[in-house]
Design a protein around this ligand. Structure first.
Ligand code: ADP
Length: 258
């Protein structure tokens, strides 16, 4: 009887070990598959500009010497494709760098938001960006300044890119018990309900043509989400198709840190 009991115990332990092992293998396999998908998506995205470049170089080789118009057109298209590849590669590098830990400082969110809004308005003089916040509240979040700037920059860029009107963006900073809430609201084209769950996926574009036309890579929101989560924040989106979109970010307040 004792012998049987001992066997049972060992059996249970081995069974448990096997299930832990199986679970770990499953996770490994899933992350391997994710990486494989990522590499295949990234290669696919790079293939398109390379094909366009190749086509135009062949055109130049054949006709460029005799036809100034072809030369002009091919060169400017080629340069645009090179610029697209460059921003794609820079964004891919941003995503790959996600594991490295930056120097986390306390960022004055009002100050930083103002600077990025000003920078964006200079690049897009037609856009109007207003910032609202409670002047009696401190807005210091534990995040690297570069990360915060990039989050706001990407959201503003999208707010201005995905609209058919004069871009009007409202950034609103408020405080909750444990988080600073940053809302970026636009009057753009909005996002259809069925696209919303995919919006933070790498290379997802709800409006393929518009994204490409503005040099979009489909990586902007994936980078924003990765950065927000790296600093223990949260991001969500609300959209009214045809009316506008609001992104909400929560970043831990200063006192939350150990
Ligand atoms: P992209 O480089 O294509 O802009 P993002 O990851 O930044 O890539 O965004 C993914 C997709 O989400 C965009 O292609 C666009 O269809 C949609 N999108 C993002 N922000 C907005 C917005 N403010 N209003 C409407 N659609 C948006």
């Amino acid at each position: 009887d004792v012998q049987i009991q001992l066997n049972d115990v060992r059996h249970d332990e081995i069974g448990e070990l096997i299930s832990v092992y199986k679970r770990m293998m499953g996770q490994l396999e899933e992350s391997f598959l994710q990486q494989q998908r990522f590499i295949s998506d990234a290669s696919h995205e790079l293939r398109t500009p390379i094909q366009v470049l190749e086509g135009h170089l062949k055109l130049l080789q054949r006709w460029g010497k005799d036809d100034a118009a072809i030369m002009e057109e091919s060169l400017s298209t080629s340069l645009a494709e090179v610029a697209r590849m460059r921003s794609l590669i820079e964004e891919l590098l941003d995503l790959a760098r996600r594991e490295t830990v930056d120097q986390t400082k306390y960022v004055d969110l009002v100050e930083a938001t103002r600077a990025i809004a000003r920078e964006t308005e200079q690049l897009h003089p037609q856009a109007k960006i207003i910032i609202e916040y409670d002047k009696n509240n401190p807005f210091f979040a534990a995040i690297s300044e570069d990360a915060y700037n990039q989050i706001v920059r990407n959201l503003l860029q999208n707010a201005i890119r995905y609209t058919e009107k004069i871009p009007n963006v409202r950034i609103c900073l408020t405080n909750e018990a444990q988080y600073h809430r940053i809302e970026v609201e636009d009057n753009g084209i909005g996002i259809q309900k069925d696209a919303i769950p995919q919006i933070f996926n790498r290379f997802f574009r709800a409006d393929e043509a518009r994204s490409r036309e503005h040099g979009g890579t489909g990586l902007g929101l994936a980078i924003v989400k990765m950065l927000v989560e790296k600093y223990n924040g949260k991001i969500s989106v609300d959209s009214d198709y045809g009316k506008g979109t609001k992104f909400t970010i929560l970043l831990p307040v200063k006192s939350q840190l150990k």
